[in-house]
Design a protein around this ligand. Structure first.
Ligand SMILES: [Zn+2]
Length: 69
């Protein structure tokens, strides 16, 4: 299998997964692939960390807005 195609498809699945919109079939496919592919595993961990970081920043910035009301 072409490495680039692998990454492209799996990365798309990662984004769907992190959005929480993934189907059970796609999630199983993603998990199975991550077990075999260390490149995608590494990318997934970085993506997850970035998204968690963005979410915590959003939460901190939402607070002052709430307090102003
Ligand atoms: Zn892969």
């Amino acid at each position: 299998m072409d490495k680039l195609d692998c990454n492209k498809e799996i990365i798309q699945l990662m984004h769907i997964y992190l959005d929480g919109d993934i189907s059970m079939d796609d999630e199983a496919k993603l998990r199975k692939h991550l077990e075999d592919c260390s490149d995608c595993q590494k990318y997934f961990h970085e993506l997850k960390r970035t998204i968690t970081l963005v979410k915590s920043v959003e939460q901190v910035e939402a607070l002052p807005t709430l307090l102003k009301r």
